[in-house]
Design a protein around this ligand. Structure first.
Ligand code: ATP
Ligand code: MG
Length: 390
């Protein structure tokens, strides 16, 4: 299959006309029960609000004349080097796994922008979830990690590396039971025939080989899947503790050091403490686990994080191997303190509605980690898919 696979792209392209703040699509539906061969359906969508923005555009909530909601990513194509076909191609390739990836509803374009229509995931992204509910209980963290690994196994088997795994690109399909989906294939690239030296992930989640921190140069394409595994290790650390590993410490005016918890929610992403990361990559210090331990994370979970946060990409666990890790397949130990967990459950209920009821069995409770004073040791209703209409 070619990198672009234009025939597949064309199949997902929506027949479109533009109005003032609206867009109209013509689709064709076959109704077997009514013995209707090919009915022409016209749907007009109106912009409602912005759901988020990133490096190349905005994501807008749209509502159809029938009330249906969807999210549309609008990417400016006037800028040089924007190859939007890659993002759409990846979405077509994973469209059969709507349990793991945000559901793709088609795309359309005008002279300045390309628009990617997706199901609207009302609960937002994992950054928002962590901000509201705090670090996850062990079994929720396990669930999120397992689902992300299933997504990465699927992507990597297709020779696709995501290349921007981070909480903002993980959407919460359901807070309870927890169900997450991987989104944003903007910097995904097919692994074969690519170089690592194109762009690269987000601050805080970038693998050391992309930052030039390893003595050996990793130019080979085979390493880009390992980049996803490092990023996943950072995400797992964050969902367990509230903080990325190797986080740069903020200096307070009074000279104390403090993590700037949650600053990424305002748009800024956490920055990496390059010095500590470099020292780890050079083998001078171990992976700092003090924050994981202070958060009362189990030894199995710590061992899992250590399998991913390995400086040498050759030795970093691949997705399939990580999916079989003891922590992922085991039951977490029973919780020891229910008051903190109850606080967390109440926060989830306040945020996502009173009907949500996080399960409390098998939950490992940790101390809240906000705010922390740490000096590193060791120096959004689903639309119908275009495929439904075909
Ligand atoms: N389907 C969706 N439903 C609800 N919210 C969404 C959806 N897709 C994206 N969002 C929100 O919009 C934000 C930005 O979306 P996305 O990550 O796809 O774009 P981006 O970061 O601008 O992409 P790029 O990295 O290519 O610049 C997400 O972090 C999320 O909060
Ligand atoms: Mg994004």
């Amino acid at each position: 299959m070619s990198d672009r696979d234009d025939s597949k792209l064309d199949r997902f392209k929506l027949e479109t006309s533009f109005g003032d703040g609206t867009v109209t699509h013509i689709t064709y539906k076959t109704d077997m029960a009514a013995r209707e061969r090919r009915a022409r359906v016209q749907t007009t969508w109106t912009d409602k609000k912005n759901l988020g923005s990133g490096g190349f555009g905005v994501v807008i909530l749209q509502q159809a004349d029938g009330g249906e909601l969807r999210a549309v990513k609008k990417i400016y194509t006037g800028a040089a080097n924007i190859d939007f076909t890659r993002e759409i191609t990846v979405m077509t390739k994973v469209a059969h796994r709507q349990d793991l990836f945000v559901k793709f509803l088609g795309w359309y374009t005008n002279s300045d922008f390309v628009f990617i229509a997706m199901e609207y995931i009302e609960h937002g992204d994992l950054t928002h979830y962590l901000k509201n509910s705090g670090p996850c209980s062990a079994n929720i963290a396990q669930g999120i990690t397992r689902q992300l690994l299933e997504g990465l196994v699927t992507l990597h088997e297709l020779d696709i590396a995501h290349r921007d795994i981070k909480p903002q690109n993980v959407l919460i399909a359901s807070p309870e039971p927890i169900w997450v989906k991987i989104a944003d294939f903007g910097v995904s690239k097919r692994t074969k025939g690519t170089m690592l030296h194109t762009r690269l992930g987000s601050q805080g989640y970038v693998a050391p080989e992309l930052m030039g921190l390893l003595s050996r140069r990793y130019m080979d394409d085979n390493y880009s899947q390992a980049v996803d595994m490092w990023a996943l290790g950072c995400v797992v650390h964050e969902i367990l503790t509230g903080e990325i590993p190797f986080r740069e410490v903020e200096y307070e005016p009074d000279g104390t050091t403090e993590f700037d918890f949650g600053s990424e929610v305002g748009g800024m992403e956490p920055r990496t403490d390059i010095g500590t990361l470099k020292s780890f990559c050079d083998g001078k210090t171990d992976l700092p686990t003090d924050l994981l331990r202070r958060s009362l994370v189990s030894e199995l979970a710590i061992a899992f994080v250590k399998e991913l946060l390995v400086a040498d990409p050759d030795s970093r666990a691949a997705a399939k191997k990580a999916l079989a890790s003891v922590w992922i397949v085991s039951e977490e130990e029973p919780r020891t303190n229910i008051s903190i967990e109850d606080t967390r459950i109440n926060k989830i209920k306040q945020t996502f509605g009173a009907n949500t009821s996080p399960t409390s069995h098998g939950v490992n409770i940790r101390q809240p980690v906000k705010p922390l004073v740490v000096v590193p040791t060791g120096q959004k209703e689903t639309g119908s898919s275009v495929t439904d209409a075909m």
